[in-house]
Design a binder for this molecule. Structure first.
Ligand code: FPP
Length: 256
């Protein structure tokens, strides 16, 4: 079995991976006497700005919660509005994001979405595959519990195929981690988890991956989340003392 350390890549300073719950679009629109969809549209613009701002500051991965497994329970016109917004966003911004060096990955259960949407995602991923400036993981029809269940199923299938006992399914499975079976296995665990919009909960985002993340909650509504707020979040992160369950952070421990 592989004895490599757990994949918490966080070092003090700049987070490699930032995860964001982009909350507050509806309230942002309501405060302008506009429909909620107007807020989601502004949310897309904010996302495109944010990915460049994070990249400029050295962040390598940005994961955003664009549509949760639970968002299907919203009114049907809002659900279909969010679906069509993906198509609008891809048409409007894919060329720019590709030019800006952004690699796009879509994370989530693709089975429940339309063929048109799936094709738009495939196009976005294919066009940006070679980009290296920053990876934007758009979590869509995603839920942390969904991810853990699908990872457990994959692990169980592997265990059956290899003839392992269930006791051999652990945090480690085969040559790697159970985390290797998860939809975000291409990224290190998030170092910084941000939620805008004033609520202080994680709402089923990155349940497995945020085990050692630092949390930053802000009242700022997502469409207003710009450079100033990003710098505030990164400055707060830089002050944190990350210990990963130990007494001192791994880097400090190695340095003596
Ligand atoms: C939460 O705000 C936001 C969402 C459920 C959707 C987030 C989506 C975007 C920002 C657009 C990005 C989309 C694509 C296509 C990449 P809320 O509606 O819960 O706001 P509220 O709490 O003020 O009601």
């Amino acid at each position: 079995m592989n004895a490599s350390p757990p994949p918490h890549a966080g070092e003090p300073g700049v987070p490699r991976h930032v995860a964001v719950v982009m909350d507050g679009n509806g309230r942002w629109a309501r405060s302008r006497f506009m429909p909620r969809f107007f807020g989601h549209k502004a949310g897309v613009d904010a996302l495109v700005r944010a990915v460049n701002l994070f990249a400029d500051r050295g962040v390598e991965y940005l994961s955003v919660f664009a549509f949760s497994s639970e968002n299907w329970k919203r009114p049907s016109e809002e659900v279909s509005g969010l679906m069509s917004l993906v198509l609008v966003a891809v048409a409007k911004y894919l060329g720019k994001l590709a030019k800006d060096g952004v690699r796009i990955r879509i994370v989530g259960d693709r089975d429940a979405v339309s063929d048109k949407l799936r094709q738009a995602w495939e196009q976005a991923e294919a066009l940006t595959r070679e980009n290296t400036r920053i990876t934007l993981a758009v979590c869509f029809n995603y839920g942390g519990r969904w991810d853990m269940v699908q990872a457990a199923r994959r692990a169980a299938r592997q265990a059956v195929a290899e003839g392992w006992s269930t006791g051999q399914i652990d945090e480690r499975i085969g040559e790697g981690w159970l985390g290797d079976q998860m939809a975000l296995s291409f990224a290190p665990d998030p170092d910084l988890f941000i939620r805008t919009g004033g609520e202080m909960r994680i709402s089923n985002f990155m349940l497995w991956q945020s085990a050692y993340a630092e949390f930053h909650f802000t009242d700022c509504l997502w469409p207003d989340f710009g450079a100033e707020e990003i710098d505030r979040a990164l400055a707060a992160y830089a002050q944190r003392d990350r210990r990963f369950g130990m007494i001192r952070a791994p880097a400090a421990q190695a340095a003596g």
